[in-house]
Each structure stands twice: as C-alpha cells, then as structure tokens.
Design a protein around this ligand. Structure first.
Ligand SMILES: *Cc1c(COP(=O)(O)O)cnc(C)c1O
Length: 383
C-alpha cells in the first residue's frame, strides 16, 4: 500500500550530492568563519549572509547541502536548517508575528509548540486552538487578526488527518499563512507545499535522522519567507545546525525510503493485530480511522511507524504496569529511530477529569526489529 517513489525522491537527493564524479557525500565543513580575498568581498557577503558563507551561525556548506536536499524533497524553493525542531518553530513564529497578531493552532499539536505560544502571549501575540480538523470549525475559529494557521497533520498523539488544501484556502482568504509541522509524515509520505501550505516545518530528530543520534530542525517554503525567517528569527535566536549533524542527516536521507517502508509495513501489521486484541479499545492510526480514510488516501502516500492504542485499563497505574511489562519497546521520549519505543499519553495521572487524550493511551514507535519479536512482546505485556 505504501506508495513512496524512492526513484523520484532519491534521484533529486543524489543530483545535489554529486551523481557524477567525486565523493558521494559532501565533506563536513567544520569552520566557524570564512576568509574573503578582499574586505569589500566580506562586506558584500555580509549584506547577503543567507546566501554567502561568512559565519557559521548564518550559513555553512554542509548544512547548505542538507537544506537543498530537504527543499527538493518538499518541493520548496528554499529551506533553512536549525539546531532543533523547536529552534525552527520558534524562529518561524518570532519572524512572522508581531504584537496584536493571532495564531490559530489546528489539530493535536506537539506540546512544547503550545508552550511557546503561551510564552508569546507575554509579547502581545495571542493564540487559540481548534482541535477539530473540519473546515466549518476552522472558519469559526479564524479571527480578523489571525496571521498564522499552524497545523499538524497527522496530528501528534492521535494522528487525525486534516484537509491541508481546504485549510490553506481558508487561511489565505483570511489573510493568514498556513504553516504545517510535517514531522510525523516526513516529506516522502506528504508534501504539504504542493497542497497549498506556505511553510513546512520538520523536527529532523525523528525519521529524517532516523537513528536517534541527533537533534535538528528545518523549515522549507518560498524563498522570500525563508529569507524573512533567516534574518528576523534564525540569525537572532541563534539555533544554528552543526555541520556534523547536517552530515548525519544527509546520510540518513539516503536510507529514508527503505526505512520508512519497513516502519510502515510493520506498524500496519502490529496496529491490525492490536486492533483485534481484546485488551485494546481503540487504535489511533490514519489507516484505522474510518472518518479520515478518504482524506488519508488522497493526501498521503502512507503512514509511518508511529501510532497509538487505547488499552482497556481501569486506571493510569494499570496502564503503567502494562507498559512496564514491555521489554523490546524502550521507555523513552521521541521516536523515529531503528529501535522500538513506547510512551504514554499523559505525563501524570489525569484522574477522572475529562481528557481529549484517553487515559489508557500508549504511543508506539515501531522500529526495525521485525513484527514477530515485537508482537510476542506486546502479547505478553497485554496478557
Ligand atoms: C519532536 C517534535 C518537535 C520538536 O522537535 P525537536 O527536534 O525535539 O526540537 C516538533 N514537532 C513535532 C511533531 C515533533 O514530534
């Protein structure tokens, strides 16, 4: 079912990294600064620091190679890489909003992104949330002062799919930009810019790196927007990606199609088995959500190795006890690496309070250990 086109996507990567002669990956440029032949050249370079190599808080050749690769994968004019996903998100918001503006968050959003929005309230930037991905609800939630509609699709934790093209249209009519965090889908499974989004954000710490050995972020989109983010966010906040991280990402991208295929297949198999298990109440995976089926098929080429299940437990403690019985799934934050991981939906017992995230929710990141070993582990933990 997974319909990624590794030829299409990998060829565009290889073209950037030298398909003809020379090394298959660019060297790691560990310099913090660049000498120019004449002082005039330095001054000219300083005037366009987003393009020239002057100082590594601005641009770096290895980081640039990764940015070009990611831009190609997202069908973007340009991309900027950051020290982390949150670095990319904070620079983007700081660059694009001012006091009096409003940000509308649609669908389930990564927690620290909302914490950042709460911080921005102290600077006169308001925000509100629309958990429903339906056009009618979003229309209601838009305000005259909305400048950014910020979307995750599939959303964090519950993986609901939102109609990107329709939301882009609504945002544009309201005079707002559509920014989408595409971390869960990766550029291989969904290309939001081709559906009308203005900017795409990634935490590169997940599938793009793919081996749980780096933290990085990126934003991609039109050149004028990326330039604005460069000067008004990135250069001032200073979350620059290290060249060694860019190198690991270039290497990670080469195996992304192969890894995703396996993550996708094995997660789908495990989600189906879990869905049929008597101890599982519900599976949260786009392929198992009837309401999202048509949109999922039209907008995405498949889903990754990340999904959640609601266990039939009568307390938060009972959920933790089940999770503790898992041996192959590491108890850890983050996801997208070769090792399977498990996390719960709440950091502490939500008690009887009504919550959007079910109390018994367990999120799985399916690694590359194989379905048999992982299913044996899950079956034993649930028994
Ligand atoms: C992890 C994550 C981020 C933050 O990325 P970092 O690299 O950890 O800063 C942002 N959005 C989503 C959806 C994520 O999963």
């Amino acid at each position: 079912m997974l319909d990624i086109d590794p030829v299409d996507d990998l060829i565009c990567l290889r073209a950037e990294n030298g398909a003809g002669e020379g090394p298959v990956l660019p060297p790691v440029a560990r310099a913090s600064l660049y000498r120019k032949a004449r002082i005039e050249d330095l001054l000219a370079g300083l005037a366009r620091e987003n393009e020239d190599f002057i100082y590594a808080r601005g641009a770096n050749p290895t980081v640039r190679a990764f940015e070009i690769s990611l831009a190609k994968l997202e069908r973007a004019e340009a991309a900027k890489a950051f020290a982390s996903g949150m670095g990319a998100i904070s620079a983007t918001l700081v660059a694009l909003v001012k006091s009096g503006d409003h940000i509308l968050f649609v669908n389930n959003i990564y927690g620290p992104t909302i914490e950042l929005a709460e911080r921005l309230a102290d600077f006169g930037v308001s925000h509100s949330r629309c958990f429903s991905p339906d056009a009618a609800a979003i229309t209601q939630a838009l305000r005259p002062e909305t400048r950014i509609v910020y979307l995750e699709s599939p959303g964090s934790t519950l993986f609901r799919v939102a109609p990107i093209a329709a939301i882009a249209d609504l945002a544009h009519r309201a005079g707002a930009l559509l920014v989408i965090d595409n971390t869960v889908a990766t550029p291989l499974l969904q290309k939001p810019l081709t559906l009308g989004a203005d900017l795409v954000i990634h935490s590169c710490s997940k599938y793009l790196g793919g081996h749980s050995d780096l933290v990085g972020g990126a934003v991609a989109g039109r050149s004028d927007l990326i330039e604005r983010i460069f000067y008004k966010g990135y250069m001032l906040l200073g979350a620059a990606m290290a060249p060694d991280v860019a190198f690991l990402l270039l290497r990670g991208l080469m195996t992304l199609p192969a890894r995703l295929r396996r993550h996708h297949d094995d997660a789908l198999a495990l989600a189906a088995k879990l869905g049929a298990h008597s101890r599982v109440k519900r599976v949260f995976h786009p392929a198992f959500c009837d309401a999202d089926a048509a949109l999922f098929a039209a907008q995405m080429r498949g889903h990754s190795g990340l999904f959640s299940v609601e266990l039939d437990v009568d307390s938060f403690g009972a959920l933790l006890a089940r999770v503790n019985r898992l041996k192959r799934f590491g108890k850890a934050v983050s996801w997208g690496g070769v090792e399977s991981l498990v996390m719960v939906g709440h950091k502490s017992d939500p008690g009887d309070a009504p919550t959007r995230i079910p109390r018994g929710l367990m999120r799985l990141s399916v690694g590359l250990e194989g379905v048999d070993a992982l299913w044996a582990d899950l079956e034993r933990a649930l028994a």
